[in-house]
Design a protein around this ligand. Structure first.
Ligand SMILES: [Zn+2]
Length: 40
């Protein structure tokens, strides 16, 4: 797995969905990637 750059749905800013965060999401069983940057 690699870091991914996602675009925030609210403000349009790019933010990084890191490997560690992806692992955390997977562990929690979340199917969706984050839609918003940490600021939103
Ligand atoms: Zn945002």
């Amino acid at each position: 797995m690699a870091d991914k750059v996602l675009v925030c749905k609210d403000c349009g800013a790019e933010f990084t969905f890191t490997e560690g965060e992806q692992a955390f999401y997977k562990e929690k069983g979340f199917e969706n990637e984050p839609q918003r940057c940490p600021d939103c």
